[in-house]
Ligand binder design. Sequence first.
Ligand SMILES: Cc1cc2nc3c(=O)[nH]c(=O)nc-3n(C[C@H](O)[C@H](O)[C@H](O)COP(=O)(O)OP(=O)(O)OC[C@H]3O[C@@H](n4cnc5c(N)ncnc54)[C@H](O)[C@@H]3O)c2cc1C
Length: 383
Amino acid sequence: MVLTDDQRALQDTARRFSREQLLPHYQQREKSGILDRELMREMGRLGLMGVEIPERFGGLGLDAVTTGIIAEEVAYGDFNISLLPVGMSLNAAILMRNAQPELVDEWVPRMVQGEALIAICLTEPRGGSDAANLQLRARREGNEYVLNGEKTSITFADRADGYVVFARTGTPESGAKGVTAFFVPADRPGIQRTCFNDVGSAIAGRGSVFFDDVRIPANHRLGDEGKGFTQVMQGFDYSRALIGLQCVGAAQASLDEAFAYSKEREAFNRPIAQFQGVTFPLVEGESQIAAIRQLCFHALALRDADQPHTAEAAMCKWMGPKTAFDVIHQCLLTFGHYGWSKDLPHQQRLRDVMGLEIGDGTAAVMKLIIAREKIGRAAVQYL
Ligand SMILES: Cc1cc2nc3c(=O)[nH]c(=O)nc-3n(C[C@H](O)[C@H](O)[C@H](O)COP(=O)(O)OP(=O)(O)OC[C@H]3O[C@@H](n4cnc5c(N)ncnc54)[C@H](O)[C@@H]3O)c2cc1C
C-alpha cells in the first residue's frame, strides 16, 4: 500500500508522539497499572482518536485505512495504549450505525476528544466463543429496559464511562435471534465492577461488570430488538483488522530493536549481525509482519469500499497476534541473557500481544468464521 500525503502527515504525528512520549515509559506505565486519562485526552487533541469519525463529531472524517495506520504507530510505542483508539473506533462505529441521534451527539464527540472511554460487554462467565448463548437479561418496562446479569473478561471494565452491552430480550432458546444490544452509562445505579490480576495489559483493567436491576431509557437500545448479532456485531470485522495492525506495530518495534542490537553486539570478534543464524530468523519475522500488515490494510480498504471483509478481518485477527508473539519471542532471544530481563520491553510485548490471541475471539473461532465464509454453513452449522 502506498500512503497518500495526508496519511503520511498523520503517520508522522502519530510516530513522533508514540516514539517520544509512549515508548520510553511503556513498561513503567504497565507496572503502575494506571490508565493515564490525560494521555488519552492528549491523543484526542492530536487527532489520534476518531480519525475516521465525521468532522461534525470532532473527528478528522478520514477512512478506516488511516485509522489502521494510527493503530500500528501507537502500538509501536505502547501496545496497551493502542487499545484506546482501537476500542474507540469499534464503539463509535457501533454507536453511529445503531444508536439514536441524541445518544451519538452526546457520546461520540467526547470519545473523539479522549474524554469518554467505552467498553464492550459480550462475554459471560459461561463462555465467550459461543457468544450468542448469553444469559444477561434485558426486560422492557414501559419506556425503560431493566438489565440483570454478569459480563466478564471486559477490557476497561472498572474504568469505562459507558458500556455497549449484549443482552437477551428473547426466550432462553432464541439463540442469536433473541439478543439485543444496549448502551449503558457506567453511572447507572445497580452496576458493580471488578478488576482481574492479568498476565499483561494491566492498564486496560479487564474485569467483570455486574448489572443488578440497571434501568436505562428505551432509546438507549442499539439497533432493533433481536438484531444485536446481525446488525451490531458487524462492527467486529473492523476491530479485527485493527487488532492485526496493533500486533504488527508491537512486533515491528521488537524487530527494529533486535536488528539494531545485532549490529552492536559482538561474538567471535564480529557483530552478531554477520551470523545468518541471527539475521535470518529476524528477516523471516520482518517478512511475515510485512505480509500481515498488507492483509490488514486490504481488509480495511475493503471496509472503506463498503465491500465484504469478514473472512479477511478474521485472518488478520488470528494471524496477527500469533505471528507477533512468535516474532517478538525471536527478538527476545536475539538479546541473549539481556532479553530475559524485565528491563527490556520484549517480555512485556509478548504478554500483551498474547492477550489478543484470546480477546475478541480465539484463533479457533476466527478459523470457523473463515471456513463459514468459504463454504457456508456446511462448515459450522452452530455458528
Ligand atoms: C485480553 C482479553 C481481553 C478481552 N476483552 C473482552 C472485552 O472487552 N469484551 C468481551 O466481551 N470479552 C472480552 N474478552 C473475552 C474473550 O472475547 C473471550 O475470552 C473469548 O471469546 C473466548 O471465550 P472463553 O474465554 O469463554 O473461552 P471458551 O469459549 O470457553 O473456549 C475455551 C477454548 O475452547 C476453544 N473452542 C471453543 N469453541 C470451539 C470450537 N467450536 N472449535 C474449536 N475450538 C473451540 C477456544 O478457542 C478456547 O481455546 C477478552 C479476553 C481477553 C483475554
